[in-house]
Design a protein around this ligand. Structure first.
Ligand code: NCD
Length: 297
């Protein structure tokens, strides 16, 4: 049984196949999930990810069950392990999990679990389907990935999106640059990733800027002195994108915090913002993920 727990679970051929299937789903659909059951178990808040997994599965004919954690037996003291073991006995074909525990799915897997698990974000570990969406968005807008300069800006330390993106974009041949306040950087980075401490240098001539939120819910202690100070240093605004290529695109996995990591002017810019494109492409990309793993059941 194949699962999608980390972007490392996919090789370049798999990623190419997923892009190909997602492109197909931009214009057509299929009923490959007819008679299949998909359970979404989200232990953390979500707007985009939960909705798009649900829509993608339904478009493919799947039967979708969303477990509302506030109404589940978790509130009566049941552990994640017991909740998942119970749900697996309902015999789903796919279980989509979001949790604040890094590596949660890996720790739950056992031989009885005869279904595909998809990681929809685990703590600050990984968010593989968001990385696929982001790479697909860049490819659609820039027509290539190899050789592009991509800057990832913000709270790298707590961002599962950045961790999956760094691995995937590097594998696909992009030059990945990162910048964050020093205490929000990663100690160990993927080979080839360029670390900057000066925003002007980091953004110089980049094709893509991926902006990240300050993920307060994962911080233990104080990491930034004030949001105003952070915005001044790292917030992506008109002035800072002038260092990048003229046709730079600005991306953000959402939710965005205007005036903290990005200005409204850039977030809403028809010329530069690809933020809503990422949302649009989340449906065909997640349809592709279902299709790809369904063929591997
Ligand atoms: C992100 C997440 O939850 O990891 N959003 C998303 O899934 N689109 C990013 C975040 O919370 O900042």
């Amino acid at each position: 049984m194949k699962h999608l727990l980390s972007i490392e679970d996919l090789n370049n051929q798999d990623v190419g196949d997923l892009f190909h299937i997602a492109t197909k789903y931009l214009n057509e659909t299929s009923q490959i999930l007819l008679g299949k059951t998909i359970i979404n178990v989200f232990f953390e808040n979500s707007t985009r990810t939960l909705t798009s997994f649900e829509i993608a599965a339904k478009k493919l004919g799947g039967r979708v069950i969303n477990i509302s954690v506030p109404h589940s037996s978790m509130k009566k003291g049941e552990t994640i392990a017991d909740t998942i073991a119970t749900l697996v006995e309902i015999k789903p074909d796919f279980v989509i999990i979001r949790s604040s525990y890094s590596g949660v799915i890996q720790s739950l897997l056992n031989a009885r679990m005869n279904c595909v698990f998809i990681n929809a974000g685990d703590g600050y570990h990984e968010h593989p389907t968001q990385a696929l969406i982001d790479a697909f968005t860049i490819l659609s807008l820039k027509k290539k990935l190899s050789g592009l300069k991509v800057a990832i800006c913000g709270d790298i330390l707590h961002s599962r999106v950045s961790h999956s993106n760094i691995i995937l974009l590097s594998k696909l041949g992009a030059e990945v640059r990162v910048i964050s306040p020093p205490n929000l950087s990663l100690k160990y980075l993927h080979a080839g990733v360029k670390v900057f401490d000066d925003i002007q240098e980091c953004l110089k001539d980049v094709d893509v800027i991926i902006v990240l939120r300050l993920q307060y819910e994962r911080m233990k202690g104080t990491y930034v002195s004030s949001q105003a100070e952070y915005y001044k240093m790292y917030g992506i605004d008109h002035q800072k994108i002038s260092y990048a290529k003229q046709d730079v695109i600005v991306m953000h996995p959402g939710p965005i915090n205007r005036g903290v990591e990005i200005s409204s002017e850039i977030a809403d810019s028809d010329r530069h913002s690809a933020i809503l494109k990422q949302v649009e492409f989340s449906i065909p990309m997640r349809q592709a993920v279902f299709d790809f793993f369904n063929s591997n059941i």
